[in-house]
Ligand binder design. Structure first.
Ligand code: AVJ
Length: 320
């Protein structure tokens, strides 16, 4: 049977792609990499031997969740920025014994699925999902108004954002959580460049498939005719910006249309698709301080490849 999937184009996706491809430095915001297929491929990336962040952070949480719990205390309302579909959330929840768990995510589907799974794993825990964009201040459920708040932002997701936007987000988190709140955040560290490059350009080609899936998505959802074989995955270390960049590079001169708009790219030209910023010890502290968070403690692995930081919302201070 010939089944045609009806695809309803997201107007925000179309606007971002059309503007991004027409820009002097072509780029598409990284969030569009994460459709269903993209999210599956990212899950696959996290299981690659070369992709160290996920397993390093998980090992840190397993090893130090007791120390985190000792510093944080019990009865916290844990507010996770992201739907918490990862294996990391249960490790923290088990150690903290929280009074409530509030996952915040912009995607209602993901949110409901992972909230149900967690509620099943922790009977008796109040699971209160909030569907919202956490880049802005959010009204938390009244049920946790009196509880001390612990934010949770694992995965080095903060690294997707340029520092200016990262500070905006961290400040919004502080406003959402309120005075006296704390935050457990995962940040990826600067390290030897070959280690970084292997993690973002694996020999099995999973990261390449993840990146190229964006073109497939554009073709399917935005009536595009981009020849996929005209592009290849590129991961580069931008030392000036302290970040890994993912690009799609044209391997020959190529012309294509998207939603009726024409585009041409020369061989070697690229579409910038994602940033993954890496932070040194002082960088991470400066970033947090710039948004009003003071570092309480930092846990890192023996190779110092990844850090979990416990921060607290600093009270407003006057001079100096
Ligand atoms: C989901 C943003 C944390 O930057 O390491 C992995 C995304 N992209 N491989 C990262 C990603 C390519 C990942 N984050």
């Amino acid at each position: 049977m010939d089944v045609q999937r009806a695809v309803v184009a997201d107007p925000a996706f179309r606007a971002d792609v059309l503007a991004g491809l027409a820009a002097p430095i072509p780029a598409v915001p990284a969030r569009w990499l994460y459709d269903r297929r993209g999210s599956e491929l990212f899950e696959e990336i996290t299981r690659l031997p070369e992709y160290y962040p996920t397993r390093t952070e998980k090992a840190l949480l397993e090893r130090y969740s007791g120390e985190i719990a000792a510093l944080v205390g019990q009865g916290e309302a844990v507010v996770e920025f992201g739907s918490g579909s990862s294996a990391k959330t249960p490790i923290l929840l088990r150690a903290i014994d929280p009074s409530a768990y509030v996952p915040i995510d912009i995607s209602g589907d993901f949110l409901r699925d992972s909230a149900e799974a967690l509620a099943a794993e922790f009977p008796g825990l109040a699971v209160l999902p909030v569907e919202a964009d956490f880049m802005r201040r959010i009204e938390l459920p009244p049920a946790i108004a009196a509880a001390p708040k612990l934010g949770f932002f694992p995965g080095s997701t903060i690294g997707n954002l340029v520092p200016r936007t990262a500070v905006d987000l961290l400040r919004a988190m502080k406003e959402t959580l309120g005075e006296g709140s704390r935050l457990v955040i995962g940040m990826d560290r600067i390290k030897d460049v070959p280690v970084l490059l292997r993690a973002y350009d694996d020999p099995a080609g999973v990261t390449a498939a993840f990146n190229l899936n964006l073109l497939h998505r554009i073709n399917a959802e935005l009536d595009g005719d981009i020849p996929l074989d005209a592009f290849r995955h590129r991961a580069i270390w931008n030392d000036e910006m302290s970040r890994i960049e993912m690009h799609l590079e044209a391997v020959r001169d190529v012309a294509f249309t998207v939603s009726g708009a024409h585009f041409a790219m020369k061989k070697g030209a690229t579409i910038h698709t994602e940033n993954s910023h890496k932070y040194g010890h002082r960088d991470s502290r400066l970033l947090l301080r710039a948004a009003g968070w003071g570092v309480v403690h930092e846990w890192t692995d023996d190779e110092r490849w990844f850090s979990i930081i416990l921060a607290e919302a600093e009270p407003p201070r006057f001079a100096p």
